[in-house]
Design a protein around this ligand. Sequence first.
Ligand code: FO1
Length: 325
Amino acid sequence: MTRVVVLAGGVGGSRFCLGLRAALEGRVDAAAPASGFDIVVNTGDDLWLSGVRLQPDVDSIVYALAGVNDTERGWGRAGDSERVNSELQEWRAGWPWFTLGDLDLGTHLARTGWLREGSTPTQVIERMSARWPLGARLLPMTDAEVDTRVVLEDGRVMHFQEWWTRHRAALRPARFENPGIDAVVPAPGVLEALAAADLVLIAPSNPVVSIGPILAVPGIHDAVRSARGRVVGVSPIIGGRVVRGMADVCLSAIGVETSALAVAAHYGARSGGGLLDDWLIAEEDAASAADIARVGIRPVVTPLWMRDAATSAALAEAALQTAGH
Ligand code: FO1
């Protein structure tokens, strides 16, 4: 059995994880145990709101793997209602621009209760995951609370969720911060999973606010770098544009161009102190393959659009084959 660890966050991460589960399941014969994989999830998007703890990236991935996610919006539960949210707005509680669905609130209440009773986020996620056969183990990047903050060019500082959902990333960021992250440790199991992995995948998630915080947790960058298997990344940029979300704004704030080449160089070649052995790029970006190779990373041109279950599985299959699995 190939042991795979994925670093992931957001919608791109959850679609890729769905594809990976399908690709791995396709390899298992009837007699063999189902192949599982580990997902190290960004928790920088997490926040307290109206007295409950939200974990947007964890929930996106759990809901997607459980098949109960809202595929139109890209977040929350399918078929959710908003009765409690309306009432919260009447009370002027929470954020008027941030919707908490009724079913989704059930998750937040359960999580908050378990946290208040003394469970760690890792234990809470394990308990939540047991409700559905997810086919993967989710590990938060850390059990500590380290929110992603946006420092604007005008000096204001706000939680990433406010910048993302209220302002739709329209306020110019000077930088992103995770206050206190230097003092935290990876969640239990994260370093062990990376050390045992035959293959580490970096999902096509936002490199700055999804993958960035994971790699900023002390020990994780080094563990990926020294993984025994290959480290394969999937470009979140296709044809010089972001596939979804507002990653281009985040990239330009840290001085990285919105291109498959620039993001590859941002992660760096393992041979040069960075992370990547291989970098999956779209056919639209094939012209940058030679430059990516010059950085010391092997470019692999393959279709990257994850339009549905079949194209997501094909992309994950390409990532597995790139590493010889
Ligand atoms: N995104 C929005 O654009 N608007 C919302 O009202 C909103 C509510 C929300 C509630 C719970 C949750 O887990 C996620 C939610 N999101 C919402 C998505 C979230 O803001 C981001 O897309 C992710 O954090 C980025 O990965």
